[in-house]
Design a protein around this ligand. Sequence first.
Ligand SMILES: NC(=O)c1ccc[n+]([C@@H]2O[C@H](COP(=O)([O-])OP(=O)(O)OC[C@H]3O[C@@H](n4cnc5c(N)ncnc54)[C@H](O)[C@@H]3O)[C@@H](O)[C@H]2O)c1
Length: 395
Amino acid sequence: MDRFLLQLMPALRMFFYSEQPPVARFLGDASYLSIAAGKKSYEKWQKDHSATISCFIDKPEDTENVMNLLRKNFQHPDTEALRCGIFVFLRNRGAVIVADHSGTIETILNGSKDLKMKGASGRLSGKIVVVTGGARGLGKGISEKTLKEGANVIVADMNEQHGSVLEKEYAQKYGPNKLIYLKCDVTRVDSVTAMLTEVLRTFGGVDVFISNAGILKAGGLEELAVEDFEFVTDVNYKGFYICTRMVSQIMKAQSAARPGYFSDIIQVNSKSGLQGSNRNFAYAGSKFGSIGLVQSFALELVEHGIKVNAVCPGNYFDGPLWSNPDNGLFVQYLKAGKVEGARTVDDVKKYYEAKVPMNRGVSIADVMQAIFYCIEQKYETGQALPVTGGQIMLH
Ligand SMILES: NC(=O)c1ccc[n+]([C@@H]2O[C@H](COP(=O)([O-])OP(=O)(O)OC[C@H]3O[C@@H](n4cnc5c(N)ncnc54)[C@H](O)[C@@H]3O)[C@@H](O)[C@H]2O)c1
């Protein structure tokens, strides 16, 4: 990851923390580079923007030096100032604008003077939330609910088509906070690094990382190809490790800058991470293994202000995995005659619903309730929370 951004952005964002964490955006294009070229060009800009709070840092490479200068310039993080944006110019690097919301930053950069933007309210107001695999299915639902609760949401997914549609759909709907799509393959370090670097540039940090990207390839021991086993393990297990390895660096920098500040890593696991799954061992193994990672990461990261938990949903029957009319599991099971006596997709669905004591599949709202719990509580880490309508009971 870009060491300069990694050290500077979380530190700046946490320094200006007022009622809630602000948003910090790096401005490195030619126009800001020319202003940041030296004290003279900065002072000229300052004259033209006399109403704007700003400062110039001569040696930005040394984050400690930057923070010392900021402490001298700004006595208290100021909510009012954040509503109008604060510019920190960094010699030969560009600038960082810090403000209460991404909407405020965009309003300022577009040259508008109307800064009376209403703050996003909700349970996640001001938080920066990354959702991997957020372009479709459960992840899409989590991204949408998270946005509606006031967070800035980064949908990190391989599927460009679904991701771009989602970004467009929400572009106009939510003023102060926003949803963006970034292409990302969680199995590749370079891809996760590039995504997180862009998150640092655009928002300045990560408060909640929801590791949701996951795939399922079912099959018994003699059917499932070794390549398929590896593929499932790569996305569901190794992908979670790679994401945690990279995002925890940002979260560590946040808690170093603001001791006592907690961030969250939440893995969307499965009931198959708590109980074996017949002819579905690749998936169940990857999910069981991930709970081992959750517990181990939780122990390692707790001293850095990072909670690591998993939520373990039951079957999400309304999502594409089960309900896709062409190749969803209901259609596949009907064709394969897996459910005795079933004549329609609905018969298959009813059969699976009846396996759940609460007689229905999990909903996005159910999963969100568990995610809110993980974020809002302050005294649990390393847990795997079932969301299964009573299908799985912990010992
Ligand atoms: N659907 C269910 O019934 C169910 C139940 C319990 C748990 N889960 C878990 O929930 C998560 C989401 O499942 P879903 O059913 O919504 O899946 P889905 O197939 O509907 O969506 C998965 C998303 O992940 C993305 N993705 C796949 N590989 C990726 C990679 N390498 N990098 C980045 N993105 C990638 C896909 O493009 C897609 O948008 C998974 O971890 C799954 O194990 C699902």
